[in-house]
Write a protein of this length. Structure first.
Length: 217
């Protein structure tokens, strides 16, 4: 596989495999290399995270109309995916159980976006978001503008993001293998890994549609 960038996927794979193995997470060596990345822009990632943050407010019982107005006023309404638009048209208590569960886990995607945007330094395989997350975003309740957030959102170096994606990809295999074989290991949380990997995949591949991201291992 030819990489136009200076990234060395084989070296990244070897480094992450050794790192995971050292943590007691045994990764099979024949997991393939990841495809060549095509990274999103700072603004694209910032706007996706803001739109997602707006939809997540449904979980905290924010009025649908308030969320829609804020997204519209900040030119974010078109950032919503088809699925998110459907959520915005439905009150939270009218969503089915799976939709509510999925919305709950979306907050882990948001935590990955804030890591990629240098808002914090911890993106683990097993611990959930910190209480500081809300303060990283403009307030919908206070009708705050998104301008400063977008201006200040700067993605980490490409090599760092791609390495983290590779790390989560290999950790995902471990967590999924554990689940399939009934192995309990608190060093990995399959749901947390999947949602954070979803964000990493999207930022590192500009061709992906958020609603159709494959998380194969």
């Amino acid at each position: 596989m030819f990489f136009k960038s200076k990234l060395n996927p084989e070296k990244i794979k070897q480094t992450n495999t050794k790192k995971l193995n050292k943590q007691g997470l045994k990764v099979i060596d024949h997991l393939p290399l990841l495809d060549e990345p095509s990274f999103r822009s700072d603004e694209s990632a910032a706007r996706r995270s803001l739109a997602m943050m707006g939809i997540i407010q449904l979980m905290f019982e924010a009025p649908n109309d308030l969320i829609r107005e804020w997204l519209t006023d900040n030119d974010l309404i078109d950032e919503l995916t088809k699925h998110e638009k459907n959520l915005l048209d439905t009150s939270f208590d009218k969503l089915n159980q799976q939709e509510q569960i999925d919305l709950h886990w979306t907050i882990e995607c948001l935590w990955a976006f804030t890591w990629m945007g240098n808002k914090h330094s911890e993106l683990t395989l097993n611990t959930s978001i910190e209480d500081t997350l809300a303060a990283m975003f403009p307030s919908i309740a206070d009708n705050e503008s998104v301008d400063e957030f977008i201006k200040g959102y700067k993605l980490r170096p490409e090599a760092e993001m791609f390495s983290m994606l590779d790390y989560f990809y290999r950790a995902h295999w471990v967590a999924k293998n554990n689940s399939l074989n009934g192995i309990q290991d608190d060093k990995v949380n399959l749901s947390i890994i999947m949602e954070r990997r979803r964000t990493l995949e999207w930022v590192c591949d500009s061709s992906l549609d958020w609603d159709d991201i494959s998380l194969d291992t």
